[in-house]
Design a protein around this ligand. Sequence first.
Ligand SMILES: C[C@@](O)(CCOP(=O)(O)OP(=O)(O)O)CC(=O)O
Ligand SMILES: [Mg+2]
Length: 340
Amino acid sequence: MDSMAEVLEENLEKVLKGEGLEVREFDSVPEQVKPVTLRKSVCYIVGAVIFNSKDEVLMVQEAKRECYGRWYLPAGRMEERESILEALQREVKEEAGIDCQPITLLMVQEQGPKWVRFIFLAEETGGSLKTTAEADSESLQAQWWDRESPLPLRGRDILPLIDAGIKYRRNPWFPMLQPVDFPCQVICQRLFLTFISSNGNTDTNDEHRMWLLLSSNDATSQPSLPIAVSVNAFDTIPRAAHRLVKECVPSSSMQVHTCGILGVQHNGRIPGKTDGICFNTLVLLENSEDGAENSSLPPLEGDAYKWHEVTNQSLRAKIIQRIKESLFCLFIVYTEALPP
Ligand SMILES: C[C@@](O)(CCOP(=O)(O)OP(=O)(O)O)CC(=O)O
Ligand SMILES: [Mg+2]
């Protein structure tokens, strides 16, 4: 295997493991996309689902006028120069008095760059529950909730998040995932875009072939996974992925399924320069034509992209495994209105 192929396979393995890769080139940027700036062009929110030994969930009583006295998960907006995990630990400490460590990223909800929410399953590591005597502008108090007794909630949107946390504790259906420290100027995604074609040769064991879409116009000439950039405040991750595919796969019968998030790359250290996020996303391309006997590899338009056949059995198996895990999507596009 030549060195370029070796580097490519090493990079694919890293992305599959939730590790990061430097974001060098942007594909399909229809216009000059400016670097994003936290709390101006992007808003990131962190939230924590933390259970005690009795499966009670940590809740905080809000002090804000618009939701005064109502209860919610410890959550809040990221501040300048913070990493995602630093924001999570700060919000839990400020609102609940508890020190915590993240177990895994549980869910990403987004409406495009203007609203991205990271929900973590986390565990208590110290501190003490905030009491009413310690009430301040961050919260009135914190309590463990048995999830059954009546509690006036700030928003019911947290109930599926708590359920996801319970489910993951009982049966972790994807490998633990933590954000990795890589600078990025914009909100973009590196597409691990897979197409599985039946080669129609049913008398062999391996009647399927697996392909990955690669960007072949990278400045360093090393083929790499394509990167789609969110180009405005409402450009969600699935929409940006769909646009990139539409550009290079003219066939209209292709369905683009954003299966889940393989990794989150963020740095946040330099306001206005590294406030971006690169989501490494698993995307499945399927031929939606019914009865397509032989879902053959869709032709590509132009020479900016190419198909790369994955022949490494171990890599194939890992990709198939991740596609199966994504049956319970780690990633939900949050398109409804924000909770009251
Ligand atoms: C996700 C939220 O419901 C809760 C986090 O927002 P807060 O209003 O609690 O922000 P902080 O004052 O920084 O703690 C907000 C939303 O966008 O839905
Ligand atoms: Mg808050």
